[in-house]
Design a protein around this ligand. Structure first.
Ligand SMILES: C[S@@+](CC[C@H](N)C(=O)[O-])C[C@H]1O[C@@H](n2cnc3c(N)ncnc32)[C@H](O)[C@@H]1O
Length: 437
């Protein structure tokens, strides 16, 4: 009862203009626009709530015409809150989700600000003597929080529609959180020093020198690149800080096409190959939702694979395997998997390697098999975020990202033999579905 009254009050406050009106006209002049259209190849998509659906040329004009050019980011955040509250307060699990998501997003947003603060104290971030958070940074934070809410709303809608289960809240690995927080805060200075001096070749002496050249670097300026136990322990936490606590939420969009596939085929004997699994990422969600699914995880980093295995020891009843290897030379037979899942790999590959990997994906999938490709949104997907896409590779050492955001994924995968199907967007992530005919 008390919870419901509290939520009703929040809703009423947000619906009223009490907090909002005085700042509105000032903010309107200052803040960025929000756009809601997505282009893939020569096809245009509109974002409707949880899904991105293809729209006709006529609708496209209407949709683009509807783009809220008079909206500012404060308005967008308020709207996101309203939508979020409306969505979560209608479902029985909603209050739990609301609390979990709030804790998670707040925690990782604070971590990201603390990271900046530490760096700032060391006088490394900016040259100016002015203290406090700049207007630009506030703008970024407010805009990001709005985006996080929208992503969480999509996530919760998917849970309500039954696409996947409500994950344990707010994080599965509470016992890992404290050490990871300390490690992150200690490490952040080293990352910033590397960033300032553009040092990206600081990886440990390699036992196995077989790693490709493009891989032997400090992606994201992170300590040891992908090549140490230390890096593997920190990775998930750093990704959550980068995405304000919604990295898992965005990854979970991949479970929507998987649900559709599993429910139109027999799951008995179904095999899924998870390429570039990192330290697991979506693996817990896969194992919890599909205990019968046979999952093979592959990554080039033995350290990340080991960490993934450690984190998923609890799923001992499920068929989960870990294999070390390269995506461009997959160590599997032709036509051996029903589903191939690939998350956040292509933006870290040189263009020629992307083509090889697409062909390998095609080779190992069975006819009728599905590829769920998940990576960053690209240029033109969200015109309001184009600037962010330009800045990201400089701040996070992502040398192949600029070419990735310009790549026509439809052409890339169709050239390998695939037929393209749906697209789903969640803030900075897009999920593209392809089939092997
Ligand atoms: C950005 S991380 C993404 C990890 C994970 N999919 C996630 O959702 O967080 C990129 C991962 O791709 C792996 N990787 C990079 N190049 C690879 C390649 N050629 N073959 C296999 N894995 C690769 C890295 O080791 C790293 O774990």
């Amino acid at each position: 009862m008390a919870k419901l009254s509290f939520l009703s009050c929040c809703r009423a406050l947000l619906q009223s203009n009490i907090l909002y009106s005085p700042t509105q006209s000032w903010v309107t002049r200052k803040f960025i626009l929000v756009s809601k259209s997505v282009k893939v190849g020569n096809r245009q998509f509109g974002i409707f709530g949880s899904f991105t659906t293809e729209i006709s040329r006529k609708e496209q004009t209407t949709q683009l015409g509807k783009t809220p050019h008079n909206q500012n980011s404060l308005e967008a955040v308020r709207q996101s809150w309203l939508d979020f509250l409306q969505t979560v307060t209608t479902g029985p699990q909603g209050v739990g989700y609301l609390l979990g998501a709030s804790v998670r997003v707040s925690y990782f947003t604070v971590m990201s600000l603390l990271g900046l603060k530490i760096v700032d104290n060391m006088n490394q971030l900016r040259k100016s003597k002015k203290r406090g958070i700049s207007l630009e940074l506030w703008r970024l934070i407010v805009g990001m929080l709005g985006e996080c809410l929208t992503a969480c709303r999509q996530d919760y809608s998917n849970i309500r529609y039954g696409y996947y289960k409500l994950p344990p809240l707010p994080t599965r690995r509470w016992n890992d959180i404290l050490p990871a927080t300390l490690d992150y805060l200690l490490d952040v200075r080293m990352v910033q020093a590397r960033r300032r001096e553009n040092r990206y070749r600081e990886i440990p002496p390699l036992i196995n020198s077989d790693f490709p050249e493009y891989y032997k670097r400090n992606f994201h300026f992170q300590t040891d690149g992908y090549l140490s136990e230390y890096s593997a322990k920190l990775y998930e936490f750093q990704v959550e800080v980068l995405f304000n606590g919604v990295a898992d939420v965005m990854r979970r969009q991949a479970l929507v096409p998987l649900f559709n596939y599993v429910h139109s085929h027999s799951i008995k004997h179904m095999k899924l190959l998870h390429v570039a699994c990192g330290t697991g990422g979506i693996l817990s969600d896969l194992a919890e939702n599909y205990p019968q699914l046979r999952i093979v995880n592959l990554d080039l980093s033995p350290y990340y694979l080991r960490e993934a295995r450690r984190r998923h020891e609890t799923y001992s009843n499920t068929y989960i395997r870990f294999v070390s290897g390269r995506a461009e030379e997959l160590v599997f037979r032709d036509n051996s998997f029903d589903v191939l899942l690939n998350i956040y790999l292509f933006h870290e590959l040189p263009p020629n390697v992307r083509e090889q990997v697409a062909k390998e994906f095609f080779r190992v999938l069975k006819p009728g098999g599905m590829l769920i490709f998940v990576d960053s949104i690209q240029e033109g997907d969200r015109s309001d975020l184009n600037r962010l896409l330009q800045m990201f590779p400089q701040i996070y050492h992502e040398p192949y990202y600029p070419s990735y955001v310009k790549t026509d994924l439809k052409t890339l995968f169709e050239s390998a033999g695939f037929r393209s199907a749906n697209i789903y967007i969640s803030w900075l992530t897009k999920v593209c579905v392809f089939y092997k005919p």
